[in-house]
Design a protein around this ligand. Structure first.
Ligand code: B12
Ligand code: SF4
Length: 618
């Protein structure tokens, strides 16, 4: 039947405002939004199933504001031509994107077009707060429908209500997190993926994490039980993407090591790579105990993992305990990192600044320890932030403690709450300093030499170093929010801030762009020369240093990591006690002073069949 009406579904993933008030947007952004891919996949399935009836077609368009400008007049015109029959879905709205999301929604609401909003801000607030905080009433006042929870199996309802002109003010499914096996998979047509760097797609193979870190919003939005896609689902989405030439993926599970289906999923990916010849390149996120799971790292490597993001967070056990991140054992860090290194996989660690025991000096000391003693490639710094939806935020909110009122800066790069040992200015200054302390020319050289010695592709590491060493300094945003060629437009300045005159705006924009790219070119040239000189060095494979030295019996006496940080001696004592108890129980001789730690030896990386080009996820 030829459809009589066409329902316009426009899915917009908002960006947010930078410190200068302009929307953060790039010619090519880092990676496509997985939230957008997830909702697009569900919406495409709704369209295919004709959920609005056989005589109504659903036209879907997606816009990711980090890589595309929203042409509001054109969209309004399109809705007008269809009698405003449709819905603007503002997708995956994080707390820092909430103010921008409201600004995007405003002209559509003014024109009488239905708008619904979902994502972590709405879900986190409805899960942890009173239903109104933080600023949720703005949606009610503007007539924006809030959607909390997951759209799988529920988008039908929203679309039908929108088509009937009867959107409810709130759709709250937070208490009903269902399985995701067999649900439509995240997917974006290639024309959207092509707006990002290096044709990477993404998917969440699972949701939920068993741990209880107090700064985390994920457990309060997606729950603590592992819910997962099946190996068949994963094969389906890989083949869908491969059919459009995409074979590199960011698996967005916050902790893929705790996905209960990890092994079946990796086995299937291994088959797709080794038997079907799909040259998969993957990045995953894991916890610091993943190396203890039998076969996990081996299979990850075979499946095509080339980068692993590890939630290291801190090297001070007192800080980790304060954040209820007790699963992070500093005594395991080296063993875990060396296990990834042994497979030639790039390690990327998240590191949070602003835990209770931190001071600017302790942060400087800890960064130096990491550089010297941990075989880590990339470190990403974040400011500890009471994100709405986290336990930390809930506690402060319930106790009426003052927090930063502007949600736009809840991006884990700004200071949003007070600290016992640091003023706001000191905390902000040490956050910026941390990047330059870690990414010194000397340390980048060490990282490249370690990479060459352990079989990590130096070309891939070089690209990451360029981005991580320069983005905060040049662009004043976190590398995770970055891209190629920052774009700005005078009309995209935050409402309330003055519109700049175009003869000031454009010359400054051109000058800034030239300056930034000159600095970038210099950095690329320096690192490239270094890469060549290492490649020509016959002894490059023999390089070693303290970080690459296998874990040994004397670590607890000789490493600053295990002697200098507060709480380290308690952590060592704990490990000894456990070792004593376990060996006493198993009748072994007690191991004297230190627990016997098995040596981790470096291995040659296994040759890869159809090895993928270096992925460019971050
Ligand atoms: C992948 C990822 C990224 C990727 C891609 C962005 C993306 N959103 O896909 C990258 C690396 C770019 C990224 C960057 C950042 N991220 Co991020 N990211 C994630 C991660 C790990 C997965 C997102 C995801 O795909 N989730 C799965 C989807 C299916 O869930 P969802 O987004 O909630 O969508 C579902 C529902 O909410 C609902 N829904 C969503 N929208 C809509 C709309 C409508 C109309 C309806 C009906 C339903 C609906 O249906 C969806 C399907 O079920 C999350 C953590 C997490 N577990 O979600 C953090 C997370 C979203 N990121 C976070 C942050 C802080 C950031 C950064 C600011 C960090 C930084 N300073 O660089 C930047 C922001 C840049 C940006 N432009 O987004 C925070 C947000 C916290 C908060 N409360 O605001 C999270 C929660 C992680 C955390 N630390 O707590 N991120
Ligand atoms: S390990 Fe990561 S995802 Fe799990 S609770 Fe802690 S911060 Fe959240």
């Amino acid at each position: 039947m030829t459809p009589k009406r066409r329902f316009q579904l426009v899915l917009i993933k908002p960006s947010h405002y930078g410190d200068d008030g302009y929307v953060i947007r790039w010619w090519r952004a880092l990676i496509p939004s997985n939230s957008l891919a997830a909702v697009y996949g569900i919406a495409a399935d709704c369209a295919e199933r004709q959920v609005l009836g056989p005589d109504v077609a659903i036209d879907i368009e997606t816009i990711d504001e980090t890589n595309a400008r929203i042409d509001v007049p054109a969209l309004l015109c399109r809705f007008r031509l269809n009698d405003n029959f449709g819905l603007v879905g503002v997708v995956g709205v994080q707390s820092n994107q909430y103010p921008r999301a409201l600004d995007i929604a405003a002209p559509f609401r003014k024109a009488g077009i239905a708008v619904a909003m979902g994502g972590f801000h709405v879900s986190g607030c409805l899960s942890m707060l009173d239903g109104r905080a933080v600023e949720l009433d703005a949606c009610r006042e503007m007539g924006i429908a809030m959607f909390a929870g997951e759209a799988e199996g529920r988008l039908d309802i929203v679309l039908r209500d929108a088509a009937a002109g009867q959107l409810a003010p709130v759709y709250n499914f937070m208490k009903d997190l269902t399985g995701i096996e067999g649900t439509p998979v995240p997917f974006l047509p290639k024309r959207y993926v092509a707006r990002t760097i290096g044709l990477n797609a993404s998917f969440d193979a699972g949701r939920g994490c068993p741990y209880q870190c107090s700064f985390c919003t994920i457990i309060n939005v997606q729950g603590r039980t592992s819910r997962y896609r099946s190996a068949d689902d994963i094969e389906h989405l890989v083949r869908l993407n491969w059919a459009q030439g995409i074979h590199r993926f960011f698996i967005t599970d916050d902790n893929f090591a705790r996905n209960r289906e990890w092994e079946a999923i990796l086995d299937r990916l291994i088959r797709l790579r080794e038997e079907a010849g799909i040259p998969l390149g993957l990045m995953i996120q894991v916890d610091t105990l993943c190396h203890k799971i039998p076969n996990f790292i081996d299979k990850a490597k075979r499946a095509g993992v080339s980068r692993v993001f590890i939630g290291l967070e801190n090297v001070n056990p007192d800080n980790l305990a304060a954040a209820k991140k007790r699963q992070n054992k500093i005594t395991e860090y080296r063993r875990m990192l060396l296990a990834w290194k042994a497979h030639g996989i790039i390690t990327v660690a998240g590191y949070i600044l602003g835990f209770p025991a931190d001071t600017p000096d302790s942060i400087r000391r800890d960064i130096a320890i990491i550089q010297r003693e941990l075989p880590l490639d990339i470190v990403e710094f974040f400011c500890l932030t009471p994100l709405p939806g986290s336990e930390d935020h809930q506690v402060l909110w319930k106790n009426g403690v003052a927090m930063e009122p502007d949600l736009n800066v809840y991006d884990v790069e700004h200071v949003c709450a007070a600290h016992a040992n640091m003023s706001k200015a000191e905390w902000e200054a040490i956050y910026r300093e941390a990047w330059s302390l870690y990414y010194t020319p000397e340390h980048m050289k060490t990282l490249m030499r370690r990479a060459a010695a352990t079989g990590v592709p130096t070309g891939s590491l070089l690209k990451l170093l360029v981005s991580f060493a320069t983005t905060v300094r040049l662009e004043n945003v976190h590398p995770l929010q970055s891209g190629i060629l920052r774009l700005k437009h005078p009309s995209e300045r935050r409402p309330g801030l003055p519109r700049e005159r175009i003869w000031i705006f454009w010359p400054r924009f051109v000058w800034e762009t030239l300056y930034k790219h000159a600095v970038l070119a210099g950095m690329i040239a320096r690192l490239y020369m270094l890469k060549i000189s290492i490649a020509r060095d016959p002894d490059a494979r023999a390089y070693t240093d303290r970080a690459l030295t296998p874990v040994g019996d004397d670590d607890d006496a000789s490493l600053d990591l295990l002697t200098k940080t507060a709480g380290a001696s308690a952590a060592i004592a704990h490990v000894r006690r456990v070792a004593e108890l376990t060996s006493a129980r198993s009748g072994e001789r007690l191991p004297g002073v230190a627990p016997r730690l098995p040596l981790v030896r470096r291995q040659e990386p296994a040759p890869l069949k159809g090895s993928p080009a270096p992925s460019r996820i971050q």
